[in-house]
Design a protein around this ligand. Sequence first.
Ligand SMILES: NC(=O)c1ccc[n+]([C@@H]2O[C@H](COP(=O)([O-])OP(=O)(O)OC[C@H]3O[C@@H](n4cnc5c(N)ncnc54)[C@H](OP(=O)(O)O)[C@@H]3O)[C@@H](O)[C@H]2O)c1
Length: 315
Amino acid sequence: MWWFYRKGPSGFSSASTAEEVTAGVDGRGLVAVITGASSGIGLETARVLALRGVHVVMPVGNVAAGLAVKESIVAKIPVARIDVLELDLSSMASVRRFASEFESLNLPLNILINNAGVLTRNRTCSCDGLELHFATNHIGHFLLTNLLLENMKSTCRDSGTEGRIVNVTSVGHAMMTYPEGICFDKIHDPSGLNDFIAYCQSKLANILHSNELSRIFKEEGVNISANAVHPGVIMTNIFRDRTIVGAFFNTIGRIICRRVEQGAATTCYVAMHPQVKGISGKYFADCNISSPSLQASDAELAKKLWQFSLQTVSS
Ligand SMILES: NC(=O)c1ccc[n+]([C@@H]2O[C@H](COP(=O)([O-])OP(=O)(O)OC[C@H]3O[C@@H](n4cnc5c(N)ncnc54)[C@H](OP(=O)(O)O)[C@@H]3O)[C@@H](O)[C@H]2O)c1
């Protein structure tokens, strides 16, 4: 339970909030893209980064709703700099459109937070014919990251500051997944897949993705870090399609779950805190380095997923 918290080596704990972990951190001059910032953990992440002076770009499914979110942040932080652009992560065409619109803003890019996620009951495929959790939570972010990478590389070269990529995963990656970790055979034909396991598989992919990015950056001598974070169990819209889990969250969950202010803490810590400078390829929980599952630490599986993802976005 989060309220039996103990501070870890970072000095923060499961009870820390995003505002607390970024207190005194100056984000002025930095630009961040945060997916899934229209609600929940992403919205709080966007608010706190804007509060610290970061120029936030919010890719959202519904631009009108995104603009309303922007207004709600600006009402509290009048100096906040926020851009809202359209993005559907489950569609590779939409990801490409977003990346080209972002480039036309002529902004540098210091921080990329791959936060958006779905947990759905629909055992359906995306418009690109991929299992929906894998398409939205992993492939969309994989493609987005690849398309924004040149900008991030030139930004860190020109500014001399470290770029940071944060993938928001879940502890679920270690709880329920397939024996082989990623069930590659089922990505194009999700019939028979369990939707909750499919979600956890996509969250495992988030960690493997950041691990492989980190390995490549180290090999290439690129000054960008890539880490994965588990935000904790937070009452958000993510459980809206789950009747039983939803009922739990609306009753007992209201008492035992952390608040979104705490749910955004680990993401904000990894994205901005000076303590995390130079740390890459790690898994964080409760604002401290933690241990993911053995599958999430499997370098061969990470390489295999990278090749599979590259082939998927190229076909
Ligand atoms: N809440 C928890 O307990 C928990 C635990 C572990 C991990 N996480 C992770 O935390 C992250 C944030 O989730 P949350 O709890 O804050 O849930 P949330 O409130 O439902 O937020 C999810 C966000 O993702 C966006 N999104 C969904 N599908 C998208 C798509 N196809 N294209 C673009 N954006 C899309 C949603 O936008 P729309 O509303 O416009 O669809 C929303 O802004 C997720 O990656 C989730 O897996 C959450």
